[in-house]
Design a binder for this molecule. Structure first.
Ligand SMILES: [Zn+2]
Length: 184
């Protein structure tokens, strides 16, 4: 078992760097690489421009499963990243501005998946969930979380107060039955 695990780790570490059709803003080619935390793109001039972009989980999965198209030794990946960018931009537009501070939202990724976070972070920690329609797969933005209204607390207190005296008559009944039994 251990030997197999070690072999799998070795296989994961063996990863050729591959050319892609993705380019940095100044036209430098980006290379598909694999690091400790998975695949990412890195500028060919990383030593000087320090451009590195993480890949979304969906594309990482495609890399792992060998689903990315390769043409003349170049991995075709740009259109996938463009598609994702379009979807994300639409979600940001749908969310509008942060209801707490009026700043724009931006897409963030966590282990649980993507969500919208206020761009004014860490001053504003507002976030919105991204919802996925189970049938159509369409993504939408969850409405702002509702605040707890103080009025509700008052009604619960009243309800508790009303319930309490209702128990008293029941207690009286018990004592009367006891008395009857004692008399017998
Ligand atoms: Zn905000």
């Amino acid at each position: 078992m251990i030997a197999l695990k070690e072999r799998l780790l070795e296989m994961n570490e063996y990863f050729e760097e591959k050319d892609t059709d993705m380019k940095t803003e100044d036209g430098t080619m980006m290379i598909l690489k694999k690091g400790r935390y998975g695949e990412y793109l890195e500028s060919e001039n990383f030593a000087t421009d320090e451009i590195r972009i993480p890949l979304p989980a969906s594309i990482k999965k495609m890399v792992k499963e060998g689903q990315l198209e390769e043409k003349d030794g170049v991995i075709i990946i740009k259109y996938l990243l463009d598609e994702i960018k379009v979807v994300e931009d639409k979600l940001i537009a749908k969310a509008g501005v942060c209801e707490k501070c009026g700043s724009k939202f931006e897409i963030k990724a966590s282990r649980r998946g993507k969500f919208l976070a206020c761009s004014n972070y860490p001053t504003c920690k507002n976030t919105r969930k991204i919802l996925k329609d189970k049938e159509t797969g369409e993504l939408s933005v969850a409405p702002p979380a509702k605040k707890k209204e103080p009025v509700k607390k008052a009604t619960t207190k009243k309800a508790v107060a009303k319930k309490a005296p209702a128990k008293k008559p029941a207690a009286k009944k018990k004592t009367t039955t006891k008395k009857v039994k004692e008399e017998k």
